[in-house]
Design a protein around this ligand. Sequence first.
Ligand code: FPP
Length: 245
Amino acid sequence: MTTIRQHDTSPKVGPRHVAVIMDGNGRWAKSRGKPRLFGHHAGVKRVKEIVRACPDLEVKYLTVFAFSTENWKRTQAEVTGLMKLFRRYIASEARDLLAEGVRVRFIGDRVQLDAKLRRVMDEIELLTSGNDRVHLTVALNYGGRDELGRATKRLAREVAAGRLDAETVDETTLARFLDTCFLPDPDLVIRTSGEARISNFLLWQSAYSEYEFVNTLWPDFTAAEFARVLAQYGTRERRFGAVPA
Ligand code: FPP
């Protein structure tokens, strides 16, 4: 397991890793007098569009928040509908994503997920494992605190088994146990729909990320707006706690 920790202090090159909290599907559907799932279906179309826009925008890593550990509190109908949507999307898009050079991986706790969904997740991860054009990571049953809890448990087991010396444990060690051990930290986190919250997303990894909160509801968030948000990021100076030169 390796952790990539490269800090891009010259944002003019654009963010390499963009993470997105795709919010506003429910409100988008409601404003049209439709059920919430209608909004989630429209949201999937945007995921496809944004993934396809990544190579031209030089975004190598795209991480999207599809389902949080808190989303189980939604109605049974919405949860079931979302799970079905994920399974269908993953199965139907696998070939195209493979052909487009997208490597798909998932973060989050899979244990609680339906066996059929887990199977298509495993399959697409294996199928696209040789791709390197765009790295799409889908956070599914993901929560930052849950991830830290699971990572700490695994780390503690290593210490208890004598394979890891507690005295050597530092932030790099812990990062190796996180779901995101294969990813660089996000340079930019975007949240749509006008809400300005982190909602338990990539808590550890976004310590130095830039944030952009946009009012657009996720199903209306086009590749053109994505490009504009990235251009805005390019005007920022990232200091990582240091004083500017
Ligand atoms: C938040 O909007 C959105 C979700 C919880 C689901 C997001 C999922 C998708 C867009 C599908 C993506 C699928 C894959 C496989 C990547 P909300 O329902 O909280 O909206 P609201 O705040 O308006 O109620």
